[in-house]
Structure formats: structure tokens, C-alpha cells
Design a binder for this molecule. Structure first.
Ligand code: GAR
Length: 201
């Protein structure tokens, strides 16, 4: 594994961020360094990252998309790869263009279904329940300038059962996310082919 600095953009609970950080801390303690970047000041992901000894950055909308400030900081820190894990703002063009095929996102549905602006987190699982879907899952994809629209890298599916609630669906999807996101990122960093397959829990 080459040396990499992964910037994890997250604005919520941070369970995926924690999985990614601990996976790389354990497996590649010398080669890979993670940092956490957030647009919110009072979110659990920041405390969790600090507890794991990871540097955190908080930024404003202006610094992120109206100026080059965040991009400049990413460059100054030597960031080589960007991972979105529960981050809801659109990535600005100037960041995507600086990191071609190096910005990935995770989404809690089988895209293109249940994606797009306003479809995130529990809203997705509520819609899955409302429309009585028989299966759901998660998607890892490259990020472009639209919501949940970039090339799909990997998907994993799980069933929805009759007495599921949005909360139990979320729990099942989170299990898939935690199991696969760090490994897919690892393969991308290693330049290995990612098999785009479905898994049924
Ligand atoms: C994850 O389920 C992720 O797929 C979703 O937010 C959750 C964050 O959970 N992302 C989106 O909905 C993006 N459109 P976490 O903070 O516990 O990792």
C-alpha cells in the first residue's frame, strides 16, 4: 500500500467514519492517515474522531463551495483521497476536478432508486417502508456534481421484511455499509478491481 491521506467528510453520527478510521489504523498504521472534515460543530462524529486521535476540521459553506479555502486546506494537508460518509452538501466542482476518481460517497439505498436531493438517512428508509419494497441496500459511487449520481462502484442488498420499521431497515443497511465501505476504499487505493456484486444478508 502506498502512503495515503484520506479526508472523511461527515456531518452526523459517524459510525461509518469510525469503521473506516479503525480499519485503516489497524491494517495500515504507517501508510494511511485519516482526518475528519465537517460542516457542523456539534455532531458526534467529531468527538469520536478525536477519541481515535484523528485530526478534525470544521468549515463554513463559504470556505467549502464559494471560495477555494477548503480545497487549499486539503492540498496543504496532503490529502490524496476523499470519502463522504453521511455528508449532505454537494461537492463543489473545483474539489471534484482536483481529485478525479478520488471522491467517493455512500448512499443507503440501491441507487438509482431512492436517491437525489432530499433523499438521505432515515428519509430513505421511510420511503422504502412506505413503498413496500422487498429489498434495499447500499451503494458506493464516485461523486460528481449532482446528488447520488456518479458512476456506481459497488452495491450490496438486503431484504425488507414485513414487520420492518424504518429503524430496523436502517440498522440492516448500516451493517452492510460498515462491512463493505472500508474494504471498497482499500481496493480503490490499491488500484484493485472492485466486483460490483449484491450480497443478501
Ligand atoms: C449512512 O447510512 C449513509 O449511507 C447516509 O448517511 C448515513 C450516515 O450514517 N448517507 C446519505 O444518506 C447520503 N445521501 P453514519 O453517520 O452513522 O455513518
Amino acid at each position: 500500500m502506498e502512503n495515503h491521506k484520506i479526508a472523511i467528510f461527515a456531518s452526523g453520527n459517524g459510525t461509518n467514519a469510525v469503521r473506516i478510521i479503525t480499519y485503516f489504523q489497524e491494517k495500515y498504521p504507517k501508510q494511511i492517515e485519516c482526518s475528519v472534515w465537517s460542516n457542523k460543530t456539534h455532531v458526534p462524529v467529531l468527538d469520536k474522531a478525536e477519541d481515535l486521535g484523528v485530526k478534525v476540521h470544521v468549515f463554513s459553506r463559504k470556505a467549502f463551495s464559494e471560495t477555494n479555502e477548503v480545497l487549499q486546506q486539503l492540498k496543504n494537508e496532503g490529502v490524496t483521497f476523499i470519502v463522504l460518509a453521511g455528508f449532505l452538501w454537494l461537492m463543489p466542482k473545483h474539489i471534484i476536478e482536483t481529485y478525479p476518481q478520488r471522491v467517493v460517497n455512500i448512499h443507503p439505498s440501491l441507487l438509482p432508486k431512492y436517491g437525489g436531493k432530499g433523499m438521505y438517512g432515515m428519509k430513505v428508509h421511510q420511503a422504502i417502508k412506505r413503498f413496500d419494497e422487498a429489498k434495499t441496500g447500499m451503494t458506493i459511487h464516485y461523486v460528481n456534481e449532482d446528488y447520488d449520481d456518479g458512476e456506481i462502484i459497488f452495491q450490496a442488498a438486503c431484504p425488507v421484511i414485513f414487520d420492518d420499521t424504518p429503524k430496523t431497515i436502517a440498522r440492516r443497511v448500516h451493517i452492510l455499509e460498515h462491512a463493505h465501505y472500508p474494504k471498497v476504499i482499500e481496493k480503490l487505493l490499491l488500484g484493485e478491481k472492485v466486483e460490483h456484486y449484491h450480497v443478501f444478508l
